[in-house]
Design a protein around this ligand. Structure first.
Ligand code: SLL
Length: 210
């Protein structure tokens, strides 16, 4: 008998990475379709940790132009590979193991097929290079039932890596760099605002002197 007692004042979280990669088909026809890309949408643990100890199934709701748009994946890897021609929002519903007593969690991901940035400053995106769009998130379980808390504690293997590597897009180093970028942007914005305020004041003074 699993206990359904909730642990007061306790929160525990688990990291996930979700999103898609896409490669162009380069004219290779899929049946008689006008598809241009092959893509894979997935929900994973960090360091490819198997998340099935707390995730029971993942439902991916695709665009209605697809046959059977509701794809339910009941075991890892929790992913769907398809071909297509367009970008659209995918609704991802994560169902947790029965013992958790948790409601499913809904996430949204915009399928990305086309590169919107350069491949480093001044370099166009190489034709064959996969386009990726992944997000790192932490699922927080507030006041979990104690049996689920134990499952989470006993099975966790991975921590977010310290250093950024080609295989670890999400790391403490990447987080730190992002924080520094945001700090810099906040400073630049504040300077711009101050500059424009000054200019407004000057113009107003000029006007009232006329
Ligand atoms: C767009 N609003 O116009 C979006 C819709 C739909 C993508 C994108 C079809 C796959 C199939 C497909 O790629 N749909 O026919 O099986 O860009």
């Amino acid at each position: 008998m699993t206990s359904l007692k909730r642990m007061k004042g306790i929160a525990i979280s688990r990291p996930i990475i979700y999103g898609n990669s896409a490669t162009p088909l380069n004219g290779k026809k899929v049946g008689d379709s006008d598809h241009t890309h092959r893509w894979t949408i997935s929900v994973r643990g960090i360091n490819n940790e198997d998340i099935s100890y707390f995730v029971r199934k993942v439902a991916f709701k695709l665009h209605d132009t697809y046959d059977n748009p509701n794809r339910v994946i009941e075991k890892p890897p929790f992913e769907v590979t398809e071909t297509g021609w367009g970008e659209f929002d995918i609704i991802i519903k994560i169902h947790f193991v029965q013992a958790s007593g948790e409601k499913p969690l809904t996430l949204y991901h915009r399928l990305k097929l086309h590169p919107y940035e350069e491949d480093g400053p001044g370099n166009p995106w190489p034709k064959q290079k996969p386009v990726t769009s992944y997000a790192y998130d932490e699922i927080v379980f507030n006041e979990p039932v104690d049996s689920f808390y134990n499952i989470l504690q006993d099975n966790s293997t991975s921590n977010i890596p310290l250093k950024k590597t080609p295989h670890h897009q999400f790391s403490l180093q990447a987080e730190q760099e992002e924080i520094e970028r945001i700090d810099k942007a906040i400073k630049t914005t504040a300077q711009e605002i101050a500059k424009h305020r000054e200019r407004c004041k000057r113009l107003e003074a000029e006007l009232s002197a006329k």
